[in-house]
Structures are given as C-alpha cells and as structure tokens.
Design a protein around this ligand. Structure first.
Ligand code: NAD
Length: 246
C-alpha cells in the first residue's frame, strides 16, 4: 500500500481491464480523487459506481482519447471538479490485428491514434499544472509487442512510440520533479487478449516462463509503485511485467 492522500489521478480506458484495476488501486491507496475516462459510457458508469458507490472521490467522463477536442473537454471537467491532476495514467488502447500487407489505413491509423496520439493529447493537458506544482507522475501503457509482433504492425508501432514519448518527456520534465515511465505488459488476463485464438494462446502459455497470464492487479501494483514517492528517482524507463519474458 502507498499513500496517495491529496493526489488526483486520471486514468484513461478505465472502464474495464487494467484501467479499472489501476483506478481501484489508487482509490484503495487513498487518492483524493480519481477521474475515470473511457469511451464506453455504460461500462464506465457501472465500474465507477462499483468502485465508489456514492461518487465522492470519482468522476466518470466519457471521452474518446483519439480526439483532441474530446480530451480537452474531459480535462476541463476534471479541472472543474478536482482543480489539478497529479498522476496521469495513459492506458486506453485497442488492437486491430492483421498482417501488414492486409492492414487497412483505417486499421493502422485507429490503433496509433488511440494509444499514441491519445496519450500525447492527455499529456498536453497536464504538464503545465505539474510543472507549476513541481510534482507529477505520467505512466503510459506500452507493451512487450513494442519489440515487434506478427500481425501487430499498427500496435507495435504505437507501443514503441509510447517508449519514445516517455523517454523524451522524462528528459524535458525531470527538473520539475515529474517522472515519466511506461509499463510494458506481456499477456494480462483482460478482454483485449480474448481475440487471441485458443491454439495461439496455448503456444503463448508455453513460452511464458511462468506459464500463466498476468493479472490486472499485478499491473496495478507496478503503476502504484511508479506513482509513489518511493519511485521518485525512476524516470524515462519502460518496465516489463511479463512473467519472465524478456
Ligand atoms: P481492455 O480492452 O480490457 O480495456 C481497454 C479500455 O480502453 C476499454 O475500456 C475501452 O473502452 C477503452 N478505450 C478504447 N479506446 C478508447 C478511446 N479511444 N478512448 C477512451 N477509451 C478507450 O484492454 P486492457 O487489457 O485493459 O488494456 C489496457 C492497456 O494495456 C492498453 O493500452 C493495452 O494496449 C495495454 N496492454 C495490455 C496487455 C494485455 O495483455 N491485457 C498487454 C500489453 C499492453
């Protein structure tokens, strides 16, 4: 457990999966406010109500991170309610897997737009405030697929882009006590991996040294650590959480 007392957290893609697990963890660790952003309004509402039934510490905002206008509007609401953002978790992401020669421009663009452009739009909303207060944490979800993965040229490019974005921001913001890191999960037990065919999953499980999927709570543990004061000297890193896969 860490203490995020007085901290305001924004988690994108928070309606389910890793985003919901991270939002839950920050609430459990005492965050003063957690804004949950997602484009799936229904699931978002249900998750937020489950995490914080009386809504005293949460704000659920329907937001499409792929659209800068939508991000701007969502952060305006976050500021109206909580007045600042201390911790940003860029988690929203999608997959549109197919081999590169079959991939449509729409499939390529949509994946990059959500994961990479979306992260940048959110970062732009928070950095001035973090710089003024001289404290901040920016954590983005990359992936083990950043090193290349058959059928994922769009996703690999987006997730490798997250690493470049992270390293650059870390350099630009270090003097203001703002750390910027990313998390690269292997296979974690959420809906996003449900498109992996069973046979392929069997192969994957054999190659993972721990022979199991990761759990969303395990990723949330890492996010909480990176956001804590205990990780104050860690910045510009991409940390793999993949059951022993390198
Ligand atoms: P998930 O599909 O369960 O959840 C993703 C959430 O993002 C959903 O609630 C969805 O509605 C939301 N979302 C999608 N597009 C959005 C948009 N344009 N604007 C706002 N919200 C949007 O996936 P997950 O497994 O929880 O993945 C979370 C992140 O972790 C993603 O960035 C993913 O690429 C990354 N990741 C996951 C795994 C894994 O094995 N689960 C592995 C590596 C990386």
């Amino acid at each position: 457990m860490y203490s995020f007392k007085e901290k305001i957290v924004v988690v994108t893609g928070a309606a389910q999966g890793l985003g919901a697990a991270m939002a839950k963890r920050f609430l459990e660790d005492g965050a003063a406010g957690v804004a949950l952003l997602d484009m799936n309004s229904e699931t978002l509402k249900a998750t937020t109500t489950q995490l914080d039934p009386d809504g005293t510490r949460t704000l659920a905002m329907t937001c499409n991170v792929a659209e800068s206008q939508s991000v701007e509007e969502a952060f305006k609401q976050v500021m109206d309610r909580f007045e600042k953002v201390d911790i940003l978790i860029n988690n929203a992401g999608i997959t549109r897997d197919t081999l590169a020669h079959k991939m449509t421009v729409e499939q390529f663009d949509s994946v990059v737009q959500v994961s990479l452009n979306g992260a940048f739009y959110c970062v732009q909303q928070v950095i001035n405030g973090m710089k003024e207060r001289e404290w901040g944490r920016i954590i983005s979800l990359s992936s083990l697929a950043a090193r290349g993965n058959v059928g994922q040229s769009n996703y690999s490019a987006a997730k490798a882009g997250i690493i470049g974005l992270t390293k650059t921001l870390a350099l630009e913001l270090a003097s203001k006590n703002i750390t910027v890191n990313c998390i690269a999960p292997g296979l974690i037990n959420t809906d996003i991996i449900k498109t992996v065919p069973d046979k392929q999953m069997e192969v994957f499980l054999k190659t993972i040294p721990m022979h199991r999927l990761g759990e969303p709570e395990e990723v949330a543990n890492l996010a909480a650590y990176l956001a804590s004061d205990e990780a104050a000297y860690i910045s510009g890193q991409c940390i793999k959480i993949a059951g022993g896969l390198q």
